[in-house]
Design a protein around this ligand. Structure first.
Ligand code: CTP
Ligand code: MG
Length: 373
C-alpha cells in the first residue's frame, strides 16, 4: 500500500501578519514548512510528497525544499482549489492531506490516520473541544452547542485516493469546510482519528511564540591559568587591575577572557584558543585578548551560534578582586553584548593552597551557554 501526502502551502498567511507567507519565515533558523515536511519525513511512513505553492512563492518553496524529495505544484485561490490541483499528481493508494501550518503533527497521528484511511476509507484527525461552544455574530450568542460531542477538526485527513478524487469531482460548484466534508458529501461517512491538542495550526501572530521557545542550547566549559611575574600588567576581562605583579603570556595573558573563549568554543565543538591563536605566531605577541574574543565571536557566528550567558570564577590569592568585579563584569557584558543578568563573575582565594595560594599564578574556570540561531 503506497501512501502519498499533500502539504498545503499555497496560502498567503494574512492573519499571521508576518508580511509574507507564514510558512516561509524562519524561526530559530527553520521555517514552518521545513518543520512540517521534516515531521513527516522522520516517520518514514510516506512514499510520495506533493506540496502546493502559490505562483509568487513557487521559486522560494522549490529552493527551500530542494534538499527534500518532494514535488511542488501550483495551488489555487482557495485551499480546496489547491488540493484539487495536487490530487492530479498523487500516485499513492492512500493520500493524506495536511496543512503546512501544522508542524507539530506526531508519528502516532500520522500512523493512525493512514490505518483509518486503509480500513474505513477515511481518517479525519480531531480532538474533543475543551471549551463550551456557541454560535454568535460577535455581539450576541444565538445558541449553545454545548461541550459533549463537540470536536475540533485538525489535519492530516487521510483517504483512499480514488474515493477522494471521486468526491472532489462531485463537489464541483459547492463550498466545503475541508476535505473531510468534501468526502462526506459523496460517501456519507467519515471516520475520526484522535488527534493531539499540540497539533495546532499556526494562524495568528501569538501562535508562533511556541517556535521561539524551541531553541537549541549548547553548554561549554573552559579553564586557563597564567604565571604572576613582576613588570607585567594584570589584565582581567579587558580591565587593568592595579597590582605589584602581572600575568605572563604571549598575549596580554588575560586569563579570564582566555577561559571564557575556550568555554564558548567548546560549547559548539570548535577547537581551543591554542589552535586558533598559537603562541608560536608573532602576530599574537602582546595582543589584547579583547581582539581575540572578537575573533571567537566571529567563529561562533559562522557556525550559527551566539552567546546567551557566561559564568566564571577567578582564583587569585591577591589582589583582592571584590571591588574590581563590577567593572570587569560590565566590560564582559559590553564585549559579549549581554545583559548584567547573563554574566556571572566571581572570585575566590585558595586559602594559601597550591600555586594560586603561593601567589605564583591566577586561574579561571568558566562556562558558556550558546544558542543556535
Ligand atoms: N492553503 C493553500 N492554498 C490556499 C490557501 C491556503 O494551500 N489557497 C494552505 C495554507 O498555506 C496553510 C493551510 O492551507 O498551510 C491552512 O490554511 P490557513 O491556515 O488559512 O493559511 P493561510 O490561508 O495561508 O492563512 P490566512 O488565511 O491567514 O491568510
Ligand atoms: Mg486561509
Amino acid at each position: 500500500m503506497k501512501v502519498s501526502l499533500i502539504i498545503c502551502a499555497a496560502g498567503k498567511g494574512e492573519r499571521a501578519k508576518l508580511n509574507k507567507n507564514k510558512l516561509l519565515v524562519p524561526f530559530n533558523g527553520k521555517t514552518v514548512l521545513e518543520r512540517t515536511v521534516s515531521a513527516f519525513m522522520n516517520t518514514k511512513l510516506i512514499d510520495q510528497y506533493v506540496v502546493t505553492s502559490s505562483k509568487e512563492d513557487l521559486k522560494e518553496i522549490k529552493s527551500l525544499l530542494s534538499p527534500f524529495n518532494v514535488t511542488v505544484v501550483l495551488g489555487g485561490e482557495t485551499r480546496t482549489d489547491s488540493v484539487k490541483n495536487a490530487l492530479k499528481k498523487v500516485t499513492g493508494d492512500i493520500v493524506l492531506i495536511h496543512d503546512g501550518a501544522r508542524p507539530f503533527v506526531t508519528k502516532k497521528i500520522i500512523k493512525d490516520c493512514i490505518t483509518s484511511a486503509e480500513k474505513y476509507g477515511s481518517g479525519i484527525v480531531a480532538v474533543p473541544s475543551s471549551d463550551t461552544v456557541c454560535l454568535s455574530d460577535g455581539k450576541e450568542i444565538t445558541s449553545y452547542l454545548g461541550k459533549s460531542g463537540i470536536y475540533d477538526v485538525q489535519t492530516p485527513q487521510g483517504f483512499k485516493t480514488e474515493e477522494i478524487i471521486k468526491a472532489y469531482k462531485n463537489a464541483k460548484g459547492k463550498t466545503f469546510n475541508d476535505d473531510g466534508e468534501v468526502y462526506k458529501n459523496t460517501f456519507n461517512k467519515l471516520n475520526v482519528v484522535l488527534g493531539d491538542k499540540n497539533n495546532i495550526k499556526l494562524t495568528y501572530p501569538e501562535d508562533f511564540s511556541v517556535l521561539e521557545k524551541d531553541v537549541l542550547r549548547k553548554f561549554g566549559t573552559g579553564f586557563d591559568c597564567h604565571k604572576l611575574v613582576k613588570d607585567r600588567k594584570l589584565i582581567l576581562g579587558g580591565i587593568e587591575i592595579p597590582h605589584t605583579k602581572g600575568l605572563l603570556g604571549h598575549s596580554d595573558a588575560d586569563v579570564l577572557i582566555h577561559a571564557l573563549m575556550d568555554a564558548m568554543l567548546s560549547a559548539c565543538a570548535l577547537r581551543d584558543i591554542g589552535y586558533y591563536f598559537p603562541d608560536t605566531d608573532y602576530k599574537y605577541k602582546d595582543i589584547s585578548s579583547v581582539k581575540l574574543l572578537k575573533e571567537v565571536i566571529k567563529l561562533l557566528k559562522e557556525k550559527g551560534y551566539r552567546v546567551e550567558s557566561v559564568s566564571a570564577v577567578i582564583m587569585a590569592e591577591k589582589p583582592k578582586l571584590l571591588n574590581h568585579i563590577p567593572k570587569i563584569k560590565q566590560n564582559i557584558c559590553k564585549l559579549l553584548k549581554l545583559s548584567e543578568d547573563d554574566v556571572g563573575i566571581s572570585a575566590t582565594t585558595l586559602e594559601g593552597l597550591g600555586f594560586v595560594g603561593r601567589e605564583e599564578g591566577i586561574s579561571v574556570q568558566s562556562t558558556a551557554v550558546l544558542i543556535k540561531e
